[in-house]
Design a protein around this ligand. Structure first.
Ligand code: NIG
Ligand code: FE
Length: 400
């Protein structure tokens, strides 16, 4: 079955040779078996037509950092923050990651599935066609496996592609607060081997941060992950500088995320590496912090920058990458083109999928957004309502 999209005003993608935006006019797109097989004006052989209604077509968005496997909400923490409490203080008072851990542990796999399904479903309506999703609110062998199985089930159920990350090192669960060494042993000797054996994750992440996992802890966990063929990614220098970006370079992490508190040494390390610098300005906004990651400086130092939502119950409930583009342009110093690159091709690189998604190109997946706009400036411009400008989302060639 061959589908031809006609009547397209502009196809907008990234040109990896010139490293700039590519605008293609007066061409149709031919899709077969979920792939783009031709971009041309002379397509004669096809079975059905989609009228592009003069839309702009971009690649489907790629969200490379989310924590959607949770139940309930932590809206009470918003109220505590409004009274001046910090993320770390709220955590010490019984909120934070461990409060989501308690809710998850008290839920059956079915309850967790239904709640996580509701968390994930709306992403597609914002144009996100590929999503990285982390475990990390289980923090026991059983509950981490339960979380990753839920990711797998939702991936089978929904049209969105979900790439699973094991984040057993998100926090220390309360039963190991005084025996952190033993919990790290559990991660390395039991969780990682099981996760790898059951093929439940592609990546392994660590929350490398003061009060959570030190650089030494993170190195140990991520080196073990590598032995089991899980690809490392890191929550790096989110609140306090710790040298996590340098660790990302040292171990060859595919992505170092957050970077609000990165310093010169960290930037130097990333600029020498292939590690993608992933910015999550939604978190800075949601936590009402002022120190947005300096995306401008990272890009000027030759780092590849991706953007993601960090959707999670504690520090960011934004699902829309248009919204994140807005914040990255306004507060991290990115241009509109760089923000577009950050939610498309650079996102694909951070998921090791740069040969399949993130571009509108022959042999790439037909993951497309048809926008009722006249230039990509309108994507961040309409930020929280940019989804109302989406005419259609196409995932693997299927119109949703
Ligand atoms: O990326 N930093 C660690 N993880 C999340 C927060 C998770 C939570 O508070 O539940 C983040 O900000
Ligand atoms: Fe996160």
């Amino acid at each position: 079955m061959k589908t031809k999209i006609i009547n397209i005003s502009k196809i907008i993608s990234w040109n990896v040779n010139t490293n700039s935006i590519e605008i293609i006019k007066d061409k149709d797109i031919l899709i077969e078996s979920g792939k783009i097989i031709s971009i041309s004006k002379d397509i004669d052989s096809y079975d059905e037509i989609i009228d592009g209604e003069k839309c702009i077509i971009t690649p489907g968005f790629i969200d490379t950092h989310t924590h959607p496997i949770f139940v309930g909400s932590r809206a009470n923490e918003f109220e505590m923050r409004s009274q001046g409490k910090t993320y770390q203080e709220i955590s010490k008072m019984g909120g934070g990651i461990n409060s989501s851990v308690n809710s998850l542990r008290n839920s059956s796999e079915e309850e967790l599935y239904l709640s996580s399904l509701n968390n994930i479903k709306p992403f597609l309506s914002f144009g996100t066609t590929t999503l990285e999703a982390k475990s990390g609110y289980g923090l026991s062998l059983k509950d981490e496996i339960k979380s990753l199985k839920v990711i797998k089930k939702i991936n089978d159920e929904l049209d969105i592609d979900i790439i699973p990350t094991f984040l057993g090192a998100h926090d220390f669960p309360s039963e190991f607060k005084n025996n952190k060494k033993e919990y790290i042993r559990l991660i390395c000797e039991e969780m990682i081997p099981q996760v790898a054996e059951q093929e439940l994750a592609v990546f392994c992440d660590v929350f490398c941060e003061k009060g959570y996992y030190s650089v030494e802890d993170s190195r140990k966990i991520l080196e073990t992950a590598k032995q089991y063929k899980l690809i490392p990614r890191i929550h790096a220098d989110e609140f306090v500088y710790s040298g996590a970006a340098e660790l990302a370079q040292e171990i060859g992490a595919i992505s170092a995320d957050h970077l609000m508190a990165i310093n010169e040494d960290g930037i130097n390390a990333l600029s020498k590496s292939n590690t993608i610098a992933t910015l999550l300005p939604g978190t800075t906004f949601f936590l009402n912090k002022k120190n947005y990651a300096d995306g401008r400086k990272l890009i000027d130092n030759n780092c590849s920058v991706a953007l993601a939502t960090d959707f999670n119950p504690g520090t960011c409930t934004i699902r829309s990458l248009s919204n994140i583009m807005f914040l990255a342009i306004q507060s991290c110093g990115l241009t509109i083109e760089e923000a577009f690159l950050g939610v498309t091709y650079n996102g694909a690189k951070s998921l090791n999928k740069q040969n399949e998604i993130g571009l509108i190109k022959e042999n790439y997946n037909a993951d497309l957004i048809l926008w009722n706009i006249s230039s990509i400036d309108e994507i961040p411009y309409w930020f929280d309502s940019a989804n109302t400008r989406i005419y259609k989302v196409i995932k693997n060639g299927k119109v949703l």
